[in-house]
Design a protein around this ligand. Structure first.
Ligand code: NAP
Length: 489
């Protein structure tokens, strides 16, 4: 891989500050989804090596938590500076392994780095409380203490930011981490390890393990020394990891799938709303947990909205994310293309209308042309499942009550979008939606200060913001007795 700094491309796991091969010599190829070219190989570690990473993180925890918080945070800031300095290489690496267009990859590096900076600041503000005492001659209060080793298991759609959003919060809190990135996109995680080392983050604080996912995850979930598990990925795997973590009663945060409704009221400009819906649907080729999965448009502007939506889609360039002016890259692998095709076939067999999406024009095996379906109904997979592809489904509705019921008709509850200028309608719908995050008249809602997360089967806990660091902190209550009385109090 051609990088300005070739040492950012690592084909090893990273444990206790050392680059390591698997003991068993097993390895796996990592493929560029745009070309099917082999980018490199990664070792598949055995269970003993996953435990060795936990040993390293457990040992490093003693010194890392004991560092003064400003020293810890200085190292995180040094990490942030290095992420910025190597932005181009990190973006290039990401486009090669994930497929997203280079400008989007640059945006993700920026987004991922922003969590490191934010938590480097927030780490200094993990204040406890002073509690007015109800016990004679005693002082009461709380301290915030790091939970210990955190296991971080992440997906391929945001290979860098999903790691920093967790790791920066954990490390700022004083925890050490064992990261298990997705098998499809390990190189961004390994580049993060290389830069963590250069930033002076001590050996054992940030470890990256690779291997057979069910085995690695089971070892991490069942390890008693792992005190927190933070997982981003699909709901079925999240359920499994929650079950596996029960035997050690650890902290579990889950950022799972979404099936976002995008509600368009009768009072908005159909073109403006359609352009916003396109932006909310097709980022990362629709492989985004926030993607507008079900677009619900008031019947009075439905046809105009569909016309603008379809027109905007015609301007999309689909191709290799390294080429200039590409809007939509490949899907992560062929299986994702087959799943998208099955979702479209299912919808068409149940009465949906195909407005756009000629798959004969796909520029390669792993590409799926942006597709628009209308007359979508709740019986179709495109409604029920998180399609994770550039497939948009539009449905019409007539009343606020009806659209609220439609929007909530899913097991998921991550994000939702509302477009209307009627403040009473906004308030009514926003309060009735069963989602962790609601964006009103905008599609941009994420960033380091916000509590990102879902309700229902979209997850547990929050990432980012003050809530994000709490996931890695215990509250220790203290009662200092026998102090005598304080005169004047
Ligand atoms: P996934 O299949 O659940 O994989 C996520 C991670 O779990 C990967 O590291 C994967 O490892 C591992 N894994 C897969 N199968 C496993 C198993 N049986 N046991 C234990 N670990 C297993 O999810 P994905 O396809 O990578 O990512 C897409 C999903 O992530 C979507 O549902 C999306 O909505 C969700 N997501 C949610 C958020 C959020 O913030 N809520 C953000 C981004 C993505 P291998 O890759 O090595 O198999």
């Amino acid at each position: 891989m051609k990088l300005d700094d070739p040492r950012l491309f690592r084909q090893y796991a990273y444990i206790d500050g050392k680059w390591t091969h698997g003991d068993a010599g097993r390895e796996e190829a990592v493929i560029d989804p745009a070309t099917n070219e082999v980018l490199g190989h990664i070792p598949l570690l055995e269970a003993d090596q996953i435990r060795a990473a936990v040993d390293a993180a457990d040992a490093a925890f003693v010194q890392w938590r004991a560092l003064r918080v400003d020293e810890r945070c200085e190292r995180l800031l040094a990490w942030y500076d290095l992420l910025q300095a190597h932005r181009e290489d990190l973006a290039h690496l990401m486009t090669r392994e994930q497929g997203k267009p280079l400008p989007d990859a640059r945006g993700e590096v920026e987004y991922g780095a922003s969590f490191v900076r934010w938590f480097a600041e927030e780490g200094k503000r993990t204040f406890g409380q002073t509690i007015p005492s109800h016990i004679p001659n005693a002082a009461l209060g709380t301290l915030k203490e790091p939970v210990g080793v955190a296991a971080l298991i992440t997906p391929w759609n945001f290979p860098l930011a999903m790691i920093t959003r967790k790791a920066a919060a954990a490390m700022a809190a004083g925890c050490t981490v064992v990261v298990k990135p997705a098998g499809e996109t390990p190189f961004s995680a390994l580049a993060l390890a290389e830069l963590a080392e250069r930033a002076g983050i001590p050996a054992g604080v940030f470890n990256v393990v690779l291997g057979d996912a069910p085995m690695v995850s089971e070892v991490l979930c069942k390890e008693d020394r792992v005190k927190a598990l933070s997982f981003t990925g699909s709901t079925p795997v999240g359920r499994l990891l929650l079950e596996q973590s029960a035997s050690t009663v650890k902290r579990v945060s889950l950022e799972l799938g979404g099936n976002a409704p995008f509600i368009v009221g009768p009072d908005v400009d159909p073109k403006e709303a359609a352009l916003a819906a396109v932006a909310a649907k097709f980022q990362t080729a629709g492989q985004d947990c926030l993607a507008a999965n079900r677009i619900l448009v008031h019947e009075s502007i439905h046809d105009e909205f569909v016309a603008h939506f379809a027109e905007r889609m015609l301007a999309f360039n689909v191709g290799n994310g390294l080429d200039s002016e590409i809007d939509i890259g490949p899907l992560i692998h062929r299986r994702a293309v087959d799943k998208a095709a099955a979702i479209v076939d299912d919808a068409l067999s149940k009465g949906a209308t195909l407005v756009q999406g000629d798959q004969n024009r796909a520029p390669g095996e792993n590409f799926f042309m942006p597709t628009l379906l209308t007359e979508v109904t709740a019986e179709m997979k495109v409604w029920r499942e998180e399609n994770f592809a550039p497939v948009a489904g539009i449905t019409r509705y007539s009343t606020d009550e009806e659209v609220i019921e439609m929007a909530n008709d899913t097991e998921y509850g991550l994000s939702a979008y509302i477009f209307t200028h009627d403040i009473r309608r906004i308030w009514k719908i926003m309060r009735a939606l069963k989602n962790g995050m609601v964006a009103v008249n905008t599609v941009k809602m994420t960033g380091p200060p916000i509590p990102f997360g879902g309700v229902k089967q979209s997850g547990l806990g929050r990432e980012g913001g003050t809530a994000g660091i709490e996931e890695y902190l215990e509250t220790k209550y203290y009662c200092l007795g026998g102090l005598g009385s304080v005169s004047g109090s």
